[in-house]
Design a binder for this molecule. Structure first.
Ligand SMILES: [Zn+2]
Length: 305
């Protein structure tokens, strides 16, 4: 007994002084997972928007303010994805560390490859929720890698004593993404050029990366609900181009997609754009495994290619 106590004391004395984990809030579950991949057990991370919610429209609950008040770091998607709900939460948290532009604020879009940056004048008054380019950029694994690198840099500055730990975790994540990319590319190789229609413009980075041809959208503009005239045009275009896959994000009403599916013979495929959107999608790599699995099964069944 006495011996054990002495051993325990010796062990305690030998271990390094305990450091508090970095407390991170992420706007979405995708970003929270990337923080987890790099930060491991040296971070404590939570997300605001759940993966099954439309990230453009999230209910700003008071509980988020309390969590933001305690955060060392806030990671956001950016490109105004969260403009409808996050700024008041940040402001009301009264946490100087995580205000936009402060050291504890990371806009992940600044390190990502952004598509669909408007060249003409686009304002939110026109109802377009993508005025600064497409904010769904995390659906290209190379952007996941870039964002993870930005998270590595930020965490290393926030907790310099753990920088080597974060760097080795980032390297491991990078290696696992590269391995998964080989698998995904092999899966998709026979289906490059398959034509699809999507409800919202969530998938341009995904389509670019995996060789899909997006020929139209159920929404007339991002954030604008379907209109009868637009739907008629879309059905005609889908028939003309023989489009057999219609991808719908899980938070949209299926009424219009189902009627388009009946008119065109296209398969309506509910596909999650985010980690946490389905119970199987527990991390960033599984997001692509899951979605590509659904997509390939639908392509085979419909004979889309
Ligand atoms: Zn969007």
């Amino acid at each position: 007994m006495r011996l054990l106590t002495i051993t325990a004391l010796a062990l305690l004395a030998a271990s390094p002084p305990a450091r508090a984990a970095v407390n991170v809030m992420a706007a979405t579950e995708d970003l929270a997972d990337l923080v987890r991949q790099v930060g491991g057990d040296r971070v404590k991370v939570d997300a605001i928007a759940r993966g099954y919610q439309d990230p453009h429209f999230v209910e700003a609950k008071p509980s988020f303010i309390l969590k933001l008040a305690k955060a060392d770091l806030l990671v956001v998607v950016g490109r105004e994805l969260e403009i409808g709900w996050l700024p008041p939460l940040i402001q009301q948290s009264r946490n100087a560390k995580i205000q936009a532009g402060a050291d504890g604020y990371l806009d992940a879009s600044l390190s990502a490859k952004i598509l669909e940056i408007p060249t003409g004048q686009i304002t939110r008054a026109m109802g377009d929720v993508h005025p600064l380019g497409n904010p769904h950029y995390w659906l290209d694994p190379d952007n996941g890698r870039r964002v993870a690198k930005a998270i590595l840099d930020k965490l290393s500055r926030t907790a310099p004593a753990d920088a080597a730990y974060f760097a080795s975790r980032y390297a491991d994540f990078d290696r696992r993404v590269a391995e998964a990319e080989k698998r995904w590319d092999a899966t998709m190789a026979p289906y490059r050029g398959v034509k699809i229609v999507t409800y919202h413009r969530s998938w341009p980075n995904f389509a670019d990366r995996f060789g899909l041809d997006v020929v139209g959208y159920v929404e007339p503009r991002p954030g604008i609900p379907p209109s009868p005239s637009h739907t008629i045009d879309l059905i005609a275009e889908m028939k003309r181009q023989n489009v057999k896959i219609l991808i719908v994000e899980p938070y949209f009403d299926l009424k219009t997609p189902n009627s388009i599916g009946r008119e065109t013979g296209a398969r309506v495929l509910v596909m999650s754009p985010s980690v946490g959107g389905e119970k199987e999608i527990t991390d960033y790599i599984k997001l692509f495994d899951y979605d590509l699995g659904l997509l390939v099964a639908a392509i085979k069944e419909t004979g889309a290619k």
